[in-house]
Ligand binder design. Sequence first.
Ligand SMILES: NC(=O)C1=CN([C@@H]2O[C@H](COP(=O)(O)OP(=O)(O)OC[C@H]3O[C@@H](n4cnc5c(N)ncnc54)[C@H](OP(=O)(O)O)[C@@H]3O)[C@@H](O)[C@H]2O)C=CC1
Ligand SMILES: O=C(O)CCC(=O)C(=O)O
Ligand SMILES: [Mg+2]
Length: 417
Amino acid sequence: MGFQHVKMPEQGDKIRVQNGRLVVTDQPILGFIEGDGIGVDITPACMKVWNAAIEKAYGGKRKVHWAELYLGEKAAGIYDGNYFPEETMDAIKDLTVAIKGPLTTPVGEGFRSLNVSLRQTLDLYACVRPVKWYQGVPSPLKSPQDVNAVIFRENTEDVYAGLEYASGTEENKKLARFLREEMGADFFEDAGIGIKPISAFGSKRLVRKAIQYAIDNNRSSVTLVHKGNIMKFTEGAFRKWGYEVAAEEFGDVTITEDELWEKYDGKQPEGKIVIKDRIADIMFQLMLLRPAEFDVLATMNLNGDYLSDSLAAEVGGMGIAPGANMADNVAVFEATHGTAPKYAGQDKVNPSSLMFSGCMMFDYIGWPEVSKLIEDAFEKVVGEKVVTYDFARQIEGANKVSTSGFADALVDAINKA
Ligand SMILES: NC(=O)C1=CN([C@@H]2O[C@H](COP(=O)(O)OP(=O)(O)OC[C@H]3O[C@@H](n4cnc5c(N)ncnc54)[C@H](OP(=O)(O)O)[C@@H]3O)[C@@H](O)[C@H]2O)C=CC1
Ligand SMILES: O=C(O)CCC(=O)C(=O)O
Ligand SMILES: [Mg+2]
């Protein structure tokens, strides 16, 4: 495949998918996108840590050949103002696996989110965000070790679908007229209008992936999070479709919460995953007060976006929350946080969110030794109170270091492991 600006490494092999399984050689090519804002700080820092852990784990037998791809401001500089070059999409499809830094989205005006466009263009329908506590990390909870959840957030529809019509525009007036005259709707004259599509197809494939993950990883429950009491035919339908997938496709390994009590007196039977649901507002309280009751969470797009940042706060904050955008055959790993513009270029922020997204990526390609080394090094370094500013402000007597200083401390710990 010929590219205009993307330079594929001279060595290395593209990851392939055969019969639904990844084929990864010892010399894979992985795509990376630096990202806007603090991308310039965290991406090089993470590269150092990832490469050191790979070298340590495999002693030179395995190596990643990195291919830089472009989105956002860096892309605009290279592709004549184009923030979202098509060849980046082609390259990600070609490479199958990539990792990206955060990308800026203007608020209330300007272009649509590049992150959302990426997810929709590549149909990366599941945003997977594990939330767990590491020893030594500061937390506002009394028992942060009880937090061990994995959010499966639908990533392509909901109010993120881009069906939004600004107040005062012709399109808005046309739609408002239709809604009033044909549908009997009533709302203020000058309302901006957004449409929230939630489909059976999108909901079911997301919940299917969440249940499959729970099966593959020995998880005990999948909770469908929704506001179905208010938005009955979108969020309520998500709940209904979620239970349908569980019953129709995983009936032999799942039970509902009602069945748990009616048939098993509340004692979870061996080999069964409990499917339950909670209304979104109470879910935020439950995850603070009784996080141990929750495991895999399946959400629509907006609820999952909110819940991700809220849960991150329970285990150290945005600086440590990893994630992945996944389809069945393509995956783009990324931090949960954004571009934190006020810190851009200051070598200040915590690189751990992107770093742990990388760990998810190495697990995904079948190199778990790499993530194990990084996780162990992280606990060792943080245990010695060597931390970036975000943790330092929550830890008494911390030794505050820069982004690159933290990466260097991790590399040192990895080399000594
Ligand atoms: N996937 C993506 O690419 C995403 C992109 N965005 C985009 O990012 C831009 C900024 O969004 P905003 O809402 O400010 O959210 P951000 O996540 O960028 O930043 C919010 C705050 O979170 C903390 N934070 C974020 N990253 C880190 C880190 N690595 N280490 C330590 N602390 C961190 C900082 O807190 P403090 O101020 O307390 O120090 C920061 O001010 C917007 O354009 C938004 O659209 C947002 C989310 C995801
Ligand atoms: O696309 C964006 O700018 C924000 C996306 C976001 O907040 C997220 O995916 O968590
Ligand atoms: Mg978000």
